[in-house]
Design a protein around this ligand. Sequence first.
Ligand code: KG4
Ligand code: ZN
Length: 344
Amino acid sequence: MRKNSPDLITLAVETSCDDTSVSVMRGRNVLSNVVSSQVDVLKFGGIVPELASRAHQANIVPVVEDALEQAGIKLRDVRLIGVTYGPGLIGSLLVGLNFAKGLAYSLGIPFIGVNHIEAHMLAAFLEERHPDFPFISLIVSGGHTLLVHAEALGRYRILGETQDDAAGECFDKVARFLNIAPDNDSGMSGPMVDVRSRLGDPGKIKFPRPLGNSDNFNFSFSGLKTSVLNYSKKQEKWSEQEIHDICASFQEAVVDVLVSKSLRACREHGVGSLVLSGGVAANSRLRDILREQSQKSDVQLFIPAKSYCTDNAAMIGMTAYLKHLNGEISSLALAPNPSLRLIG
Ligand code: KG4
Ligand code: ZN
């Protein structure tokens, strides 16, 4: 295993869902991390896979050029390509993966296919203050909710995962029931629940904490989602304050379960470091409570910057870089895998 390649220039591509993202790194340092969101897709009330892949097709070259320019790097100086190969939308993955393979082939440099879930977890290494293995990782995004015991690079044990909806998906759906999603709903309305909750009372309504008292590390959010839906149907019209209270009470239920299970995982597995990542890691209440509780439990908490929590190519670049140091390389025959799991 190489210890370090501080001057290695990595170009990373992430196109697993609707955002086209490209990052350029020198060693562990992010020189640029461009994320281009597909605003046009929003008019259709969510992500339309066919349109998402067409948009990636149109955006990929300009986003690469932008990322190289912002980094002050010439394409000929790139020495490693990292790219997401799953999980995600097949058409979207194909655009990024094929582009990256073509680039690696034409430049005659290695490329590394990256698992998007692993990259969310390893985003913690993008920060100067980062954990060492082993650590417990809580990955909470629109597509995933899982607790992982990361023993070493590539050696992971899934302790628990959601049995139904992902936490972010649940935030998005609740925002839609309550009609607080942005006009052009991007499918990313969770942040609105966060904003409204700041003005609400988290103890006002007692929503259930599904699997909160179970002795395993699994999660379940669909029952909670249904409770919020049933509650919100009780009245035709809610005052602004009542909406704030519903949001805060719902958010508290999600945060409660995520925080207690994560810290219990640290305790039961004798691990002193916890990493929070994925889009929902941007949630202010989750960050605050987890900070407070981990301090009380003597657990070191690591949360990447918000721009590294939501989908981005820098986390793909970091993962590719760490794998490169580990002597790994992918074959140019690598195929996209829309249902790729963290393990197996
Ligand atoms: O990791 P990510 O960008 O994409 C996936 O891989 O899914 O996560 C996006 C998810 C969305 O469901 C979004 O609503 C949620 O993260 N999210 C939030 C917040 N910011 C993003 N959920 C709650 N509070 C937030 N502040
Ligand atoms: Zn993601």
